[in-house]
Structure formats: C-alpha cells, structure tokens
Design a protein around this ligand. Structure first.
Ligand code: K2U
Ligand code: ZN
Length: 180
C-alpha cells in the first residue's frame, strides 16, 4: 500500500439524504493551499479504505472543489487529485455505466453519460493539467464533478426508480442504526 493509502487520517463519508451533499462547493484559491495539502491525502486514504474509485470533498463535509479518483486501469494504482476540475468538452455519444456512490451505500443503478470527456484542472502541485477520459474514468470524473455541484447519480433516475432506491437506502440505514 502506498502512503496515499495508509498514512493520512480517514474522514467520515456523509450519507444521503444529508443536506450537505446538496451544497455547491466553492472554487479553491491559493489561500486554501495548506488545507488542500492535508485534505487530498485524507481523501485518498478514505477512498481506498471504502473502497471506492472516486471521492469528492463535499462527501467528507468539505465544500471545496477537490476530487480524487483512481479507477486503477489494469489494476495499476493511478491516483489523480483534481483541484477546480472543469469539463471543457464532452462527446455527443453517450454510454450506460452502472454507478454506485459511497454516499448512497450498497445501491447501484445504470446512468447514461457522455462516453468521452475533456477535463481542465489543477493537479496537487497546482500545475494546470488537461485530461481526456473514456470508459470508467470518464464516468467517475463526471460523477465526482457532479458531487461538487450537489448532484448525486440518483438524480439521473426516473422519480419511481429514485424513490425506490432511496427507500431501500433509508431502510438499510435504519437497520444499521438498530444494530449499533
Ligand atoms: O461515491 C463516489 O463518488 C465513489 C463512486 C465512484 C463511481 C463513479 C462512477 C461509477 C462508479 C463508481 C463509487 O462509490 S466507487 C465504488 C464503485 C466502484 C465501481 C463501480 C461501482 C461502484
Ligand atoms: Zn458518489
């Protein structure tokens, strides 16, 4: 396990329908450098522990535009931290991908999104980067950037499917609390 996956303190992940998940995250500024330098390793540690392939700062109660992803192509750990990510291009072509969310635990659903996206962001060294993604990385980046805007994958479902999924989640959370 690399440092990213072990050292930093874990952060509690907020669970839907926590209203903090619906708050818009604000852009990171140079004044946030120290906070972000500590937040990113904790987000990676929390993401790997879950395990997840992505995490957005609002999921751990920090309303800053920071996400971490590692879709581990061919199982090679590929951690990417993105500060102030922006989608600057998206294909007309769409694909359907089964998605889950650490804030909507144990619930999965098919979501349709653009197949390929181009993202502009600052990396953890604050260097401007651009990435072109397809496949699971494209879905994950769009899913995490949605979190920065208070959008959850359940918002793409029909009201019937969304309500069924959220009722199942509430029941599972109630049983979990009953067991504690
Ligand atoms: O909560 C999160 O944002 C992490 C998401 C990341 C994800 C984005 C798009 C498609 C799938 C997942 C997941 O909870 S990570 C766990 C996971 C991994 C692969 C497929 C489904 C769920
Ligand atoms: Zn999520």
């Amino acid at each position: 396990m690399s440092d990213l996956q072990t050292q930093a303190p874990l952060l509690p992940v907020l669970i839907c329908p926590d209203p903090q998940l619906r708050k818009m995250a604000r852009a990171v500024t140079p004044a946030d450098k120290a906070v972000v330098a500590k937040l990113i390793p904790s987000m990676f540690a929390t993401m790997y522990k879950a395990p997840g392939i992505g995490l957005a700062a609002p999921q751990v109660g920090r309303h800053l535009r920071v996400i971490t992803v590692d879709v581990a192509p061919n199982d090679v750990p590929t951690p990417i931290a993105l500060i102030n990510p922006e989608i600057i291009g998206a294909s007309e072509e769409t694909v359907v991908q089964q998605e889950g969310c650490l804030s909507v635990p144990e619930q999965y659903a098919d979501v349709t999104r653009p197949a390929r996206v181009k993202i502009r962001y600052l990396d953890e060294h604050w260097v401007k980067q651009e990435i072109e993604a397809d496949g699971l990385l494209a879905a994950c980046l769009q899913h995490e950037i949605d979190h920065l805007n208070g959008v959850l994958f359940v918002d793409y479902l029909t009201p019937l499917k969304r309500n069924m999924l959220l009722r199942k989640l509430a029941k599972a959370q109630k049983e979990l609390k009953g067991k504690r």
